[in-house]
Design a binder for this molecule. Structure first.
Ligand SMILES: [Zn+2]
Length: 138
């Protein structure tokens, strides 16, 4: 596999070695420019600060949504609960688009993050759709 910039996945540029630390683990990467390195380090710092929000959000919102779904089953077929589950998770993924290392390896971190954000928006749209459809059926 051709070497490419860890951040922007550009292959045709001169790469230099860099490294960052995430949760106490050093990661050696190839980077193409100072701008890419700065963006990467900024995002790593952001991810380190918000990793718990991300995990708690992904865990708590479906749980809350499920409770709401059960409680409001008779009111709106659980539409609002479904909305909370999907839109909540979508919102978390959009705000904290911490994609998997595999995604980063394939697309570079910059595009991987963009893909994460689109996935989040997709989930929110899905949540709104469920809410509307289930409410109408109710
Ligand atoms: Zn780059």
């Amino acid at each position: 596999m051709a070497k490419k910039c860890y951040w922007c996945a550009d292959k045709d540029r001169e790469l230099s070695s860099s490294e960052f630390e995430f949760r106490g683990k050093k990661e050696a990467v190839e980077i193409c420019s100072e701008q890419c390195e700065k963006d990467l380090l900024d995002f790593v710092a952001y991810a380190s600060d918000h990793l718990w929000h991300f995990l708690i959000g992904l865990f708590a919102l479906p749980l809350i949504g499920t409770v709401i779904t059960i409680l409001m089953q008779d009111v709106d077929n659980g539409g609002f609960g479904c909305f909370v589950i999907f839109a909540g998770m979508g919102g978390v993924i959009f705000k904290y688009p911490f994609v998997t290392p595999q995604t980063v390896a394939m697309f570079g971190a910059k595009k991987g993050i963009a893909i994460g954000r689109y996935t989040g928006i997709g989930c929110i749209v899905l949540g709104v759709g469920f809410w509307i459809v289930l409410s109408i059926w109710g």
